[in-house]
Ligand binder design. Structure first.
Ligand code: HEC
Ligand code: HEC
Length: 276
């Protein structure tokens, strides 16, 4: 029995050492695949804050808790978390399923890797009018995506007269461009950090051209937003329904004005009476 336990102990030690070695190598990869969509190190704000110097601003424990469950920290009323959440327009940072050790590795990478980060987020290609139209068609599924991903408006809506109403599963995107900025929207489309959207496009990624077109469309929808008021069909529709019903009923009674009234027997009876 003893021997078994010590064997288990040994194996655990060995496994621990092996994975420990592996994390040291992959912290950079982890950061690049999971975090660069929204964060830079020394490259300025993206969707989330620039993480340069974060280890001096916050304690390690705080960072670990925030990365694992940022919303829990916000809801618990932690003043730093609440202030950040408000500063970043209430965009929740999605929970990252990373172990404490992986996060410590990432913190080390951030501390040590500041100088390797790009000085600026990549420049955004300005979309042409043609691309904006393409983006609009892609958004509502009039044009299909090259890799046949689902249309955006199955989950999102944009208030724009040129676009038919969209889904309400996810946020309305009319002003997303001013909220997240070009690099932010672009980063999200290039590699969506939201689980639902991630799943939808995992095997059907958008092409670079499609991303440029969609970003262009969202930028335009945002800029034009004051011109496009959401149409409210509610009362108009009800009124039209009532008027239509009355008209139809009137028409029917006119068409069938010669219809039989009263019982058949009554008319036979009357005829019998008069013919006597
Ligand atoms: C979808 C975008 C997104 C992704 C992906 C993301 N974050 Fe964030 N992060 C944010 C936002 C937004 C904030 C600002 C706080 C808020 O709005 O809740 C933030 C805040 C933070 C903070 C607090 C910064 C400060 O100044 O105190 C840390 C630390 C952080 N993120 C680390 C990470 C790490 C590490 C990863 C990758 C494992 C990551 N984030 C992935 C969006 C993201
Ligand atoms: C399967 C549903 C689904 C589809 C399809 C989808 N999204 Fe999303 N998207 C989401 C969810 C869920 C979020 C997370 C934020 C939320 O809850 O609204 C999101 C977030 C976003 C955000 C960030 C919004 C914000 O304010 O933080 C943008 C931008 C976005 N999507 C654009 C698009 C575009 C463009 C397309 C089409 C290529 C698309 N999405 C297709 C579900 C979807």
């Amino acid at each position: 029995m003893r021997r078994v336990t010590s064997l288990v102990g040994l194996t655990t030690l060995w496994l621990g050492a092996a994975t420990g070695g592996a994390t040291a190598q992959t912290s950079q990869e982890l950061f690049q695949t999971r975090c660069t969509v929204c964060h830079t190190i020394g490259g300025g704000k993206l969707v989330g804050p620039d993480l340069q110097g974060v280890a001096e601003r916050r304690s390690e424990d705080w960072i670990i808790r925030f990365v694992q469950h940022s919303q829990q920290l916000v809801q618990s009323g932690d003043p730093d978390a609440v202030a950040l959440f408000e500063e970043f327009n209430g965009i929740p940072m999605p929970d990252q399923s990373l172990s404490e050790r992986e996060i410590r590795g990432i913190i080390d990478y951030i501390v040590g890797g500041s100088s390797t980060a790009p000085a600026e987020p990549p420049p955004i290609e300005q979309a042409t009018a043609e691309q904006i139209l393409l983006g609009q068609a892609l958004f509502q599924g009039k044009t299909r995506f090259a890799n046949s991903g689902p249309t955006c408006n199955s989950c999102h809506d944009v208030i724009n007269d040129a676009v038919i109403g969209g889904g309400v599963l996810a946020r309305e995107l009319t002003t997303v461009f001013s909220r997240l900025g070009g690099p932010g929207v672009r980063a999200i489309l290039g590699s969506p950090p939201f689980p639902v959207m991630q799943r939808a496009y995992r095997d059907k990624p958008l092409t670079d051209d499609e991303v440029v077109a969609l970003v262009g469309f969202l930028q335009q929808a945002d800029a034009e937003q004051p011109l496009h008021q959401p149409r409210d069909y509610g009362m108009g529709l009800l009124g039209a329904g009532v008027v239509g019903t009355v008209l139809l009923l009137g028409l029917y009674s006119l068409m069938w004005r010669g219809r039989l009234r009263g019982s058949v027997n009554q008319s036979i009876y009357d005829r019998q009476i008069t013919s006597i």
